[in-house]
Design a protein around this ligand. Structure first.
Ligand code: AMP
Ligand code: MG
Length: 502
């Protein structure tokens, strides 16, 4: 196997799209974890990556001569405020590989030093956020959510200064590309129409190949990006995932979750849940994610207006509005499908009764402060038992389910409602119960577990990190050896805030 079968398409774009940058030399790199499975999946040789030369590349200490590392230019709206220049300030694109599956992917280092886009930052990453991104991105992949992946985490042997000195690390991450809404905004803000056209053509060819049946290619690009984001955000919602920084520069065109910062999975259900320490207004709360997604997509559509119709602005606007109006439709359909599946309700039925039941489930969960993940998984276990034991004798709801409710008696009345919708005697119930196991995880990376890993790593103990990553490879499977990772945080363990750590 060729060690680095790089084929760098982005660096063949015009020079104003990026800056050529060399990473900093990590003083004393140590491999923390290499993702062997991912390496093989994307066509890289895990053996070479673990060698001294591989480690030198993954830490940014020494790049093989054939690597032409670049920092990509982009702009973006951060918390709604316009920033005309952002760009890879602590990330470097090493190159692209085309995997055995034919998919082209970026290999990027995060935390490898300053670039022309670093502004006030040092371009480095502390160990904690690197481990957090590794854990959460790999968990998301195993949960079936489109996401960037983590190829390796490397300790650099360098001290990084934040509020206090911290060990430094580099994450090697993999994504279908790092083209963002903010990349389009960068050229739009400079009135660089050629730039937008080249970028749009690039994105079309890389992410949306195929002839496209309707409309112009640029309308197709807009439609596809909207469709993928609607589906992505619905999946986040179905897992209680809160991205935390849905700035336009963190929204990727290919529809993968990227830029894991203060992201977190909610425990006790409340739609307004926010973890990020800098999200004071709750802009990026769980329930706001679709509205923010739509807002970001409107910013994307604006950049495409000159391509949608170069001569007639009214017609361009009509195209953009037509495309954007599909977001709400697509998102609602996806979300309702996600929760119908989670609750084991018949997918063929999409009547008002079911919609109302799902809404009432959310309000009961909120008033009863029910743990989001345990609720759906315990319900899955209950559904399984109902099906297995088809006796007409009424079943008592197990305490493991009732005790998820602040007032366990509230569980009983909710359950009666659910049973009428679930209808265990219906012939479609068994496959629905099986389907529930595939969408209701046993394990998620709970915040207190991630914090525990980070605390351990700070003292040189990586055991909890490896154990958590191993457990989360099969999040939908009952794994008795990892059952301690299932429970929500105890009162004294609850994590109220998460940090970007930049
Ligand atoms: P984020 O919200 O983490 O995706 O980052 C937003 C912007 O800040 C991007 O342009 C990053 O490259 C930049 N940035 C974040 N942290 C650092 C850092 N430590 N040094 C330089 N730039 C950074
Ligand atoms: Mg970012």
């Amino acid at each position: 196997m060729q060690h680095l079968p790089f084929d760098n398409s982005y660096s063949r774009l015009p020079p104003r799209f990026f800056a050529r940058v060399q990473p900093d030399r990590a003083p004393d790199p140590h491999l923390i974890r290499l993702n062997h499975g991912l390496a093989a999946e994307i066509g890289l040789d895990p053996g070479w990556l673990e060698s001294a030369a591989g480690l030198a590349m993954l830490s940014g200490r020494d790049l093989p001569t054939e690597v032409e590392s670049i920092a990509m230019a982009y702009a973006g709206h951060q918390f709604g405020g316009w920033v005309p220049q952002l760009g890879d300030g602590r990330a470097l694109l090493l190159g692209e590989v085309v995997g055995p599956d034919g998919i082209r992917r970026d290999i990027q280092l995060k935390g490898s030093g300053r670039t022309p886009f670093s502004r006030m930052g040092d371009g480095k990453a502390p160990l904690g956020p690197v481990l957090r991104e590794y854990i959460v991105s790999e968990a998301m992949a195993a949960l079936g959510v489109p996401t960037s992946r983590s190829l390796a985490a490397v300790a650099t042997g360098e001290t990084v200064y934040r509020e206090r000195p911290l060990p430094g690390a580099v994450l090697a991450r993999v994504a279908q590309s790092h083209v963002r809404v903010g990349t389009f905004q960068y050229f739009h803000a400079r009135n660089d129409r050629d730039g937008i056209r080249e970028l749009a053509d690039y994105a079309l060819e890389r992410h949306f190949p195929g002839t496209g049946d309707t409309g112009t290619p640029y309308r197709r690009l807009l439609d596809e990006v909207i469709r993928r984001q609607a589906s992505l955000i619905a999946r986040w919602m179905g897992l209680g995932f809160i991205h935390g920084v849905m700035n336009t520069d963190n929204m990727q065109i290919a529809g993968e979750t990227i830029d894991y910062g203060p992201c977190a999975f909610m425990e006790a259900f409340h739609p307004g849940t926010v973890f990020s320490s800098i999200d004071h207004g709750g802009r990026y709360s769980w329930v706001n994610q679709p509205a923010i997604g739509e807002w970001n997509l409107a910013r994307f559509a604006e950049t495409l207006l000159p391509l949608l119709d170069a001569t007639d602005q009214e017609s361009a606007l009509a195209e953009a509005r037509g495309a954007l109006s599909e977001f709400g439709v697509a998102f609602s359909a996806e979300l309702s499908a996600v929760f119908r599946r989670k609750l084991g309700l018949d997918e063929g039925r999409d009547d008002d009764g079911i919609k109302q039941f799902i809404d009432s489930t959310f309000s009961v969960m909120a008033t009863q402060k029910v743990d989001f993940t345990c609720f759906f998984r315990e319900l899955t276990r209950v559904a399984d038992r109902l099906i297995r034991d088809r006796s007409p004798v009424s079943h008592d709801l197990p305490d493991t389910f009732r005790e998820l409710f602040a007032d366990p008696s509230a569980a009983d009345s909710w359950f009666e409602g659910w049973r009428t919708h679930f209808a265990p005697e219906s012939s479609s119930a068994p496959p629905r119960a099986v389907a529930m196991q595939r969408v209701n995880p046993v394990l998620i990376p709970r915040n207190h577990r991630v914090e525990e890993v980070i605390r351990g790593a700070a003292t040189g103990n990586f055991e909890t990190f490896h154990r958590l990553v191993d457990a989360l490879k099969s999040p939908y499977r009952e794994q008795p050896g990892y059952s301690d990772l299932e429970r929500p945080a105890r009162k004294d363990e609850v994590v109220h805030q998460t940090f970007c750590g930049t």
